[in-house]
Design a protein around this ligand. Structure first.
Ligand code: PMP
Length: 297
């Protein structure tokens, strides 16, 4: 926290911390995987860059440089002796004035690491999950800043996710303000329809680092990839669908709103991409380009 290692139980903040009340803050989520050459963080630099882009958009100025944060992430994994973990850096507006303006409040930074298994469950990764189109709409580009991973934006995600889970589904899928498929509560979405891999464009969706990686993998595999708007009924009639994200990794979608997707099992393209993804993050891929996606601890 703010440049010092603090024991888990002592990692406390004041109840009048500004971000706790109003949500202006930026965070990241990264994963460190156990590889044959030891623990490695996936796309570390991209996550640090996105954190600083978020802060730039939100006009909060971290008291650390990107290099400081990059090194602190590595050190946090190291000092905890974890082989595999999730990593959560957060830059937030600290204790001080309580009005909305609060430009003079301190900007605090923390990084937490902990072991976190498959976000949507091992069975989800293997067999696919059941998804519900949310009654909540995804962000409008001029209401919240969708290129920023802003703390407060996740209220929209929580509402959607809780609604879906309370209806017996595994995850929500939100539509944008025009009614096109946007993204999950914390995942980008891909479909395969008529042999083409499609993902929603970067309007109301977060520019997922996993999404970018999957687009590159699909290009490398000579698949046809399109970043285009598609409708919920295109998704209903897709032959395959899957979510991507740091937490969710590559999770197949087997059902949407009681409609079975394809065969109801992870399809061949999903399985191929998922396998390559896990080979890369776990340091098993041979290609040099993919190895450069890992930062060894
Ligand atoms: N969309 C949202 C809303 C998210 O929170 C996340 C997780 N960061 C993603 C997409 C996926 O992004 P990434 O692949 O960078 O984790």
């Amino acid at each position: 926290m703010d440049g010092k290692f603090v024991n888990w139980a002592d990692a406390k903040i004041h109840v009048l911390t500004h971000t706790l009340h109003y949500g202006l803050g930026a965070f990241e989520g990264l994963r460190c995987y156990n590889t044959p050459k030891g623990p490695a963080i996936f796309k570390l630099q991209e996550h640090v860059d996105r954190l600083f882009d978020s802060c730039h958009i939100l006009q909060i100025k971290p008291t650390f440089t990107p290099d400081d944060i990059r090194q602190a992430i590595i050190d946090s994994v190291k000092i905890n002796g974890l082989k595999e973990c999730y990593i959560r850096p957060v830059v937030y507006v600290g204790y001080g004035a309580m009005g909305i303006y609060a430009k003079g409040n301190p900007i605090n930074t923390a990084i937490a690491v902990w072991p976190w298994g498959a976000y949507l469950g091992e069975a989800g990764i293997k067999n696919g999950i059941r998804v519900k189109i949310s009654s909540f709409t995804r962000h409008h580009v001029n209401v919240t800043m969708t290129k920023s991973k802003t703390c407060g934006d996740y209220v929209n995600s929580i509402l959607a996710n809780r609604e879906a889970v309370s209806c017996g589904y595994d995850e929500a899928l939100l539509l944008d303000t025009h009614g096109y498929v946007a993204e999950g509560s914390g995942q980008n979405v891909f479909i395969v329809r008529k042999g083409v891999l499609k993902t929603s464009p970067l309007t109301s969706t977060l520019e997922g680092i996993t999404r970018n990686s999957i687009i590159q993998l699909a290009n490398d595999l000579k698949m046809k990839v399109q970043e285009v708007n598609f409708t919920r009924d295109e998704l209903y009639t897709a032959s395959e669908a899957f979510f991507t994200g740091t937490a969710a990794e590559v999770t197949p979608i087997k059902e949407v709103d009681e409609r079975i997707i394809g065969s109801g099992r992870p399809g061949p393209i999903t399985k191929k991409i998922q396998k390559l993804f896990f080979d890369i993050v776990k340091g098993r891929a041979k290609a040099k380009t993919y190895n450069s996606w890992l930062t060894y601890i």
